[in-house]
Design a protein around this ligand. Sequence first.
Ligand SMILES: Cc1cc2nc3c(=O)[nH]c(=O)nc-3n(C[C@H](O)[C@H](O)[C@H](O)COP(=O)(O)OP(=O)(O)OC[C@H]3O[C@@H](n4cnc5c(N)ncnc54)[C@H](O)[C@@H]3O)c2cc1C
Length: 388
Amino acid sequence: MDFTLSDEHQLIIDAADKIAQRFDRKYWLDCAKEKRFPQEMWDELGDMGYLGITCPEAYGGAGMGMFELALLQERLAEHGVALLYFVVNQGIAMPCISKHGTEEQKQRWLPAMARGETKCCFAITEPNAGTNTFKIQTIGKPEGDDFVLNGSKLFISGINQADHVLVVARTQAYSEVGEGRKYEGITLFVVDTDSPGLTFEPMDTMLQNTEGQFFVYFNNVRVPKANVIGEVNKGLYSMFDALNPERIVVAAGAVGAGRWALKKGVEYANQRVIFDRPIGAYQGLQHPMADAAALLESAWLMTQKAAWQHDRGENAGKAANIAKYMATEASYRAADSALQVHGGYGFTESMDMLHSFVGARLGKVAPINREMTLNFIGEHILGMPKSY
Ligand SMILES: Cc1cc2nc3c(=O)[nH]c(=O)nc-3n(C[C@H](O)[C@H](O)[C@H](O)COP(=O)(O)OP(=O)(O)OC[C@H]3O[C@@H](n4cnc5c(N)ncnc54)[C@H](O)[C@@H]3O)c2cc1C
């Protein structure tokens, strides 16, 4: 086992440092406050070739894998400037199209995505189905050369910035397939966001992020059959495939965000003197931070293992779920302990600790909640009965 990073990997880390110097935390926060997409930063990432990081070279990308995307996302997050769009665009849409798209589809979408000229977001969540994806109700009915989509989604990050959205929809209603065949009858569509009948409006999520979340409505949206990714009615299998990359990028972002919070917490704890000594000396503050640091390091190892397995074509399900679980728990503990050392100042805008705390808390809920990762570990690693 060799833990040395290659020169190429070091270049990615250096590039993230450089980008974060130019587009720093203040830039990121200003964008988030104004609900403005960090387009200048995105363009710079594109110019440096990092938007196509997970896109095969044949389609204009860098032909790298999840390991490299995880390195990049972790490092940007460590500077407090991670992009949620890396999760949906580079982490889900790009690998999904690369792996399950036809040659024509890959030629059509990937080069522009790799250059940063177009973006693709991801829409699965529905009001009535929630975590139970099988029960989504958005339905696509075949009509001539098209499918006609009707239904709605919510919490869709950054659709206002996207040229396309990867939509998970039923092409056979749940009532048609029944509980026994609930995996069947789901199809993946790449839908142009300017399609007639597709509308969206902002949700009131109170989280600082540069993307924003949206309600999305499909009212007789015609989607060419040529836009179906993978097989009709078998889309869930392709989608499950895309969830490991998603978990890996989320884990990487959580590790980086945890390190960012911890660094700020340590700096503050070492210089704030109360009862005649730096508060960092008090074990009541030091141990929770040491605990978080240890967990973050372990979570990072597991994230790298998951990415490595995924890139080798191995089943990364176990490692990816553990990585996502550990990274988000560790990140939460880091943000919580860093907030605690700041005392009352932690709740002031100028200290900029509260957003990271809320962001870390989000990791326990989305994109997959902690209970579902534990369900996975219970069932697939421990061999215990499925509870739902
Ligand atoms: C900031 C943000 C960004 C998002 N971006 C996107 C996006 O881009 N695209 C998209 O499609 N979705 C997105 N989502 C949606 C997100 O993936 C869902 O909120 C999440 O999957 C949970 O669905 P729900 O909110 O309906 O919770 P519910 O399904 O109602 O679950 C509520 C709670 O019940 C518990 N629970 C549920 N099922 C089980 C079970 N089987 N066992 C034990 N406990 C369980 C969990 O604690 C869970 O938190 C986003 C959400 C947020 C907040």
